[in-house]
Write a protein that binds this ligand. Structure first.
Ligand code: NAD
Ligand code: MG
Length: 365
């Protein structure tokens, strides 16, 4: 029995993780659950799973208790399914304590990829992806010498894939939340509509697999069946396929290096999946994508500032206070004003995050 902590258990990935664990009761003991503000759901989960600890971010002393959850001796696996910058400290603490971190919180790697890698090496922890594209890359790499010459991540293209730039600029909240292939939390759903999410995934891929930015490409694939392609030095290309569902990547992050039978995972059917199509990203329309990748390439504190500006802009958009088109414009303006420095410490990254948020608020007005 492995002890598991689910951070962000009340969210989309958190609930899917508990659905997967429910089908493998002999393998896991749920030691801790944490949520943000949804007290009723956390209490319902706690009464089902009887964890030693459950923590709500809205409660007093929650920061310290979150770190306690991530580092407890009886926790072997930490599933980080929190959203946003808030997930970073738990990722660092769990890796420094030698845990396996099954990472859905891609923001951890976006804002502090270098620090995350340092914490992993120092603590002997293990970092495994839950994000479907990165799970796909990982599954292709296992057993193939681990060396990729090129990664091609797929993107659904989101609800505005074929829209004109003018129409995208004035898209409503309901339209942005109407994702064609995935059901996810609101923040990542908006990020998928702006393609900021795909820029984050390029940065995530760079740090997870040590692949240089110029060897990471993105292609739009509206059916979301092929999750990523991996090219090897000899030119051979492998891909991982499946109907869009996060349960398989979650399962693999828990079962690795084994593969477990799971009746809850929908079996693949090539006829039902066809046809599979691929097209380029419209970088002129989806400017948050280009801005995010450029921040990743600039490195240091730039990706933390990109993330901070995006988090603020998305929150304002969801409140109905910012047009969709101004999400990318806000990110661009804040990044233009930023002078990136090295990613020296958590304090430096936190300061960059605070600066990026304040600048974004000022730009939005
Ligand atoms: P969500 O909004 O449904 O859930 C987020 C969880 O984090 C909730 O439990 C919430 O209570 C908690 N939380 C939010 N703010 C918090 C704070 N300040 N302190 C503590 N807890 C807080 O989001 P989601 O869709 O489950 O996504 C979670 C993460 O997984 C994100 O980083 C997202 O990019 C990534 N991800 C999600 C999917 C998906 O299919 N949903 C796929 C790939 C990656
Ligand atoms: Mg993804």
């Amino acid at each position: 029995m492995r002890g598991i902590a689910v951070l962000g258990s009340t969210g989309s990935i958190g609930c899917s993780t508990l659905d997967v664990i429910r089908r493998h009761p002999d393998r896991f003991r749920v030691v801790a659950l944490t949520g943000g503000t949804n007290r009723a759901r956390l209490e319902a989960q706690a009464s089902e799973w009887r964890p030693a600890l459950s923590v709500l971010a809205a409660d007093p002393d929650s920061d310290r208790r979150l770190i306690e959850v991530a580092t407890r001796p009886d926790v072997d696996v930490v599933v980080n399914a929190m959203v946003g910058f808030a997930g970073l400290e738990a990722t660092l603490a769990a890796l420094a304590a030698g845990k396996r971190v099954a990472l859905a919180n891609k923001e951890s790697l976006v804002v502090a990829g270098e620090l995350v890698e340092r914490a992993r090496v120092a603590g002997g922890g293990e970092l495994v992806p839950i994000d479907s594209e990165h799970s796909a890359v990982w599954q292709c790499l296992v057993g193939h010498g681990g060396r990729a010459s090129r990664l091609i991540l797929t993107a659904s293209g989101g609800p505005f894939r074929q829209w004109s730039a003018d129409r995208v600029a004035n898209a409503t909240v309901a339209e942005a939340l109407n994702h064609p292939t995935w059901r996810m939390g609101n923040k990542i759903t908006v990020d998928s509509a702006s393609l900021a999410n795909k820029a984050m995934e390029v940065i995530e891929g760079h740090f997870l697999f040590g692949v240089p930015y110029q060897a990471i490409e993105v292609v739009v694939h509206p059916q979301s069946i092929v999750h990523a392609f991996v090219e090897f030095p000899d030119g051979s290309v492998l891909a991982q396929l499946g109907f869009p569902s996060m349960e398989l990547p979650i399962l693999y992050s828990l079962s690795y290096p084994e593969r477990w039978t799971d009746p809850g995972v929908r079996r693949f059917d090539p006829v039902a999946a066809s046809a599979l199509t691929f097209e380029p990203v419209r970088v002129d329309v989806f400017r948050a994508f280009s801005a995010g990748v450029a921040a990743g390439v600039a490195g240091g504190t730039a990706p933390a500032v990109f993330n901070a500006a995006n988090e603020v802009a998305v929150a304002r958009f969801l409140e109905g206070r910012l047009p969709f088109g101004r999400i990318a414009a806000t990110i661009e303006t804040v990044l233009e004003r930023h002078r990136p420095g090295p990613q020296e410490s958590l304090a430096v990254v936190q300061a960059a995050d605070r600066w990026g948020r304040a600048e974004a608020e000022a730009v939005i007005g």
